[in-house]
Design a protein around this ligand. Structure first.
Ligand code: CA
Length: 710
C-alpha cells in the first residue's frame, strides 16, 4: 500500500430580518385550502394536472397544499408556508404510510404533489403516481432504460424528479430521452431523444416547464461530453432552442455569439474531442418578472485544465451561473464561480432566488453554495457578485475578490508537477442535495460535506471513449478512510455570510433539506434517520428510522386538511458508490428504496430493514508477487473504484468485490473484459485492459478480502 490514502471523489449568530421576502410576499399567510379527495380515476387525475398552466406555476406559492414544481416554486426555496406540523407538536410525527419501489439503488427525487396525487421517480428513471393519502400506487411507468446505460452515469442510475404541465408528466431518462406522460394513466404521449446516444450523455436532473417549454439538461462530463440545455414544446416535443455551454470544434462555426466570446478563453488542447464539459445536470430557477432562466453549469471535461486547455484561460462557461432568455435560449449574463475549473467544481448545485436587504437595499438575489465551498450572493438582474464567503474549509482559494468577482487562488495548489491535497473534493462542499431558504428565519439550510481530494495530473492520459476521462491521476486514491471525512447540516445567514448553527453527522452525503413556516427544518441522513430541527436555533426536535440512508430532499403537502411530510429513502449517488470505507461508515448501506410519508399521530410500521451484510469469511491471501498486487491496486483505482468503492470496499450500493471474487474467478475475463454482465450494467474493458490486468485486479481484491477477514 502506498503511503497516501485519500479520497475519491466525483462527482455558518442569528439575524431575522423582517425585510426578507420571497417571490410572492403574501405566501406566508395563506391557509391550506380545503382539499378535495385524491382523484381516483384516470380522467380526474388528468383534469387535476390539466389545470397546471403557466399562471398556476408562477403562483405556486399560493397553493401550499401542493408541490407543483421541483423546488416548490420557481424561486426554488423549498420553503412551505404549511405550519400544522410545527416546533410545538413535531414530536407527535409518525409514519403515515410507505411505498416500496423495490429498488436497491440511489433515490434522489423530489416528489411533486397535485390535489392528492404524488408524482415521483426512482432508479432507472421509473415514474410513479401514488395516492398522497395512503400510498396506493395509481400507475407506474418504466421507460425501459437499457442497463448498458448504467456505466455512462458517473454517479448512480438516479433521477431527481418530474415536471408537471397541462395534464402531462415530463421525465428525463438516464439514456437521454425526454418523455411526456399522460398524468391520468402514465401512458407516453410523446418522446424525444435529447442527446447523441453514442456519447456518454445521461439525464438525471428534473425538467422544469417555463412558458410552455420543457427545459432539460444532461450530464456526462466525467466520461467526456459537451454540455448544453434544451427547450422543447410541451405539447409536441418539438425542440424550441438549445444553448451549448462550451465551445465545440473551433474549425466549425459557433452556434452563438456567446460561444464565440467563450472560445477566446480556451487555449491549446483539443477539448472538443473529449467534449469540454459544462453540463447542465441539475439546477435551474426562473424569475418570471425578470424573464430570466438561471442554470448552473458543470465541471470541465476532462477535469484537469492542464490537459484540457494547457494554455490556461477561464474556459467559459464552465462552473458558472448563466442567465438565459427562456424564449430563445440566448445568454443574458453569466457569473463564473470557478474560472478555469481544474478540480471538478461544478456550479450545478441548487439555485435559490430570494429578496434580501444588502447594505440597506432590498435586492433580488441568487443564493448559491456550489461544490467549491464559497457561498455566493449574486444580483440576479445583472449578475453582479454581492458577496462570497467560505461555508466550509476550502483550501483551493483564499477568498473571492469582490471588485473583480474572481477567486484569489491559494499558493501551492498548482498540481501540474506535484500532488496536492485540496478541499473541497469533487464530491463538493455541497452537492446536488438541495438546500432550502426560510424567509421567516432568514437562514439557508445546507447539507455540507468535508472531504479532501488528492490531485495530480495523469501525464500519460489519453482520451478513452466510453471510460472516465479526468486527466487526473486516480492511482493516488487508494482508500477513503472514514476519519478523513465529515458532514453537517449548516444553517447559514446569507446577509451576514455567517454560520448560525450546525448539526454534525456521522459522515457526509446526507439528504437535501425542507424548511417550513412551522419553524422546522427536515433532513434525512446517510445513516438512516429522518430528522426535524427547530429552524431558528437547530435544536433537534424529532427523528424516526428510515430503514435506508436518505440522500433526497423532503417535501410537504396537505390533503383533506391534513399536513404530510414525504421523502424518498434510498442510499446511493456518487459518494455512496465511490468512497469505499468512508461511504460504508457514513451510510445505512443496505439500501432499499421507499417513499416514506409522515403525519401527526401517524402509526404505520416501517417495513423490516434488510439484514446487515455478514462478516467476510476467512480468505487466504493470493499467492502472487507483491508487484502484482500493487499493479492490481492501481488498475482497480483507475477502472473499478468509482462504482465498486475505493479500497475494494463497497459503500453498500453495488457489489462488494471482496465477497464476490471467489464466485466469479472462473468467468472473470468474460465479465470484466467482454461484458458478460452488461445486462446488469457492468461494462466491458477489453479496449483498455488485458487478462494479466484482470488477474492483477483479482489478486488485489483477494488481498483486500484476506486483510479484512483477519
Ligand atoms: Ca463532475
Amino acid at each position: 500500500m502506498r503511503g497516501r490514502r485519500y479520497l475519491l471523489v466525483r462527482s455558518v449568530p442569528f439575524v431575522v430580518s423582517t425585510l426578507l421576502a420571497v417571490g410572492g410576499c403574501d405566501l406566508l399567510h395563506k391557509e391550506p385550502s380545503s382539499t378535495v379527495p385524491a382523484p381516483a380515476k384516470d380522467s380526474e387525475r388528468r383534469a387535476a394536472a390539466d389545470s397546471i398552466d403557466a399562471a398556476r406555476l408562477r403562483a405556486a406559492a399560493s397553493e401550499p397544499q401542493n408541490w407543483l414544481t421541483h423546488g416548490g416554486t420557481y424561486a426554488e426555496q423549498r420553503f412551505s408556508p404549511l405550519d400544522q406540523i410545527n416546533d410545538g407538536n413535531v414530536q407527535k410525527l409518525g409514519l403515515a404510510w410507505s411505498y416500496d419501489t423495490n429498488t436497491t439503488r440511489g433515490l434522489e427525487a423530489t416528489p411533486l404533489v397535485v390535489d392528492g396525487v404524488i408524482y415521483t421517480t426512482g432508479s432507472w428513471s421509473i415514474v410513479y403516481a401514488i395516492d398522497a393519502r395512503n400510498g396506493n400506487e395509481l400507475w407506474k411507468y418504466d421507460p425501459q432504460v437499457p442497463r448498458e446505460t448504467g456505466p455512462k452515469a458517473c454517479c448512480d442510475v438516479v433521477n431527481r424528479g418530474v415536471a408537471l404541465y397541462k395534464g402531462k408528466v415530463f421525465v428525463g431518462t438516464l439514456d437521454g430521452r425526454l418523455v411526456a406522460l399522460d398524468a391520468g394513466n402514465g401512458k407516453p404521449v410523446w418522446e424525444v431523444v435529447t442527446v447523441d446516444q453514442s456519447r456518454p450523455y445521461t439525464i438525471t436532473g428534473a425538467p422544469r416547464v417555463v412558458e410552455g417549454k420543457v427545459i432539460i439538461g444532461n450530464g456526462g462530463a466525467e466520461l467526456g461530453v459537451r454540455g448544453y440545455v434544451s427547450a422543447y414544446d410541451s405539447d409536441t416535443g418539438k425542440m424550441a432552442w438549445r444553448f451549448y455551454t462550451v465551445p465545440g470544434d473551433p474549425s466549425q462555426p459557433f452556434e452563438s455569439p456567446a460561444l464565440e466570446r467563450a472560445a477566446r478563453t480556451w487555449k491549446g488542447g483539443e477539448w472538443w474531442k473529449v467534449g469540454g464539459g459544462g453540463t447542465v445536470w441539475d439546477s435551474m430557477a426562473y424569475d418570471p418578472d425578470l424573464h430570466l432562466l438561471y442554470i448552473g453549469t458543470g465541471n470541465g471535461s476532462p477535469w484537469s485544465r492542464f490537459v484540457r486547455s494547457p494554455g490556461g484561460g477561464d474556459n467559459l462557461y464552465l462552473s458558472s451561473i448563466l442567465a438565459l432568455n427562456p424564449t430563445n435560449g440566448e445568454l443574458v449574463w453569466y457569473y463564473q464561480e470557478t474560472p478555469g475549473d481544474t478540480w471538478d467544481f461544478t456550479a450545478t448545485q441548487h439555485i435559490i432566488l430570494a429578496e434580501l436587504p444588502i447594505k440597506g437595499r432590498l435586492r433580488k438575489v441568487i443564493l448559491h453554495a456550489p461544490k467549491n465551498g464559497f457561498f455566493y450572493v449574486i444580483d440576479r438582474q445583472t449578475g453582479e457578485l454581492l458577496s462570497a464567503e467560505k461555508f466550509v474549509e476550502a483550501t483551493w482559494a483564499d477568498r473571492v475578490d469582490l471588485k473583480t468577482g474572481r477567486p484569489v487562488l491559494a499558493k501551492g495548489t498548482d498540481y501540474r508537477d506535484k500532488t496536492v491535497v485540496v478541499k473541497p473534493s469533487p464530491h463538493g462542499a455541497h452537492n446536488w442535495q438541495p438546500m432550502s431558504f426560510n424567509p421567516k428565519t432568514g437562514l439557508v439550510y445546507i447539507p455540507t460535506h468535508d472531504i479532501p481530494m488528492i490531485f495530480g495530473v495523469n501525464h500519460k492520459w489519453k482520451y478513452r471513449p466510453g471510460h472516465w476521462n479526468t486527466g487526473t491521476d486516480f492511482t493516488l486514491i487508494k482508500e477513503v478512510p472514514r476519519n478523513l471525512v465529515a458532514g453537517a447540516l449548516l444553517a447559514w445567514d446569507p446577509v451576514r455570510q455567517k454560520e448560525v448553527w450546525r448539526a454534525p453527522y456521522k459522515g457526509p452525503w446526507n439528504g437535501g433539506t425542507l424548511t417550513t413556516a412551522g419553524n422546522l427544518v427536515f433532513q434525512g441522513t446517510a445513516d438512516g434517520r429522518f430528522v426535524a430541527y427547530r429552524a431558528d436555533n437547530g435544536t433537534k426536535l424529532w427523528e424516526a428510522p428510515s430503514g435506508s440512508g436518505i440522500v433526497a430532499a423532503p417535501v410537504t403537502y396537505s390533503v383533506d386538511g391534513e399536513q404530510y411530510v414525504a421523502v424518498m429513502a434510498g442510499w446511493g449517488g456518487a459518494f455512496a458508490l465511490a468512497a469505499g470505507d468512508a461511504a460504508a461508515a457514513a451510510g445505512n448501506n443496505h439500501p432499499i428504496g421507499r417513499l416514506l410519508t409522515f403525519k401527526l399521530n401517524g402509526a404505520a410500521t416501517l417495513p423490516a430493514a434488510q439484514k446487515p451484510r455478514p462478516p467476510l469469511p476467512a480468505t487466504a491471501a493470493p499467492k502472487v508477487a507483491h508487484a502484482v498486487i500493487t499493479k492490481g491496486e492501481d488498475l482497480y483505482a483507475i477502472h473499478c473504484q468509482v462504482c465498486h468503492g475505493s479500497g475494494a470496499t463497497s459503500g453498500g450500493v453495488l457489489p462488494d468485490l471482496r465477497y464476490v471474487a471467489p464466485a466469479v474467478q472462473a468467468s472473470i475475463n468474460s465479465i470484466v473484459l467482454d461484458g458478460a454482465l452488461r445486462g446488469n450494467g457492468m461494462p466491458a474493458f477489453r479496449d483498455v485492459m488485458n487478462e494479466d490486468d484482470v488477474a492483477a485486479i483479482l489478486a488485489y481484491v483477494q488481498q483486500r478480502a484476506a486483510d479484512a477477514a483477519k
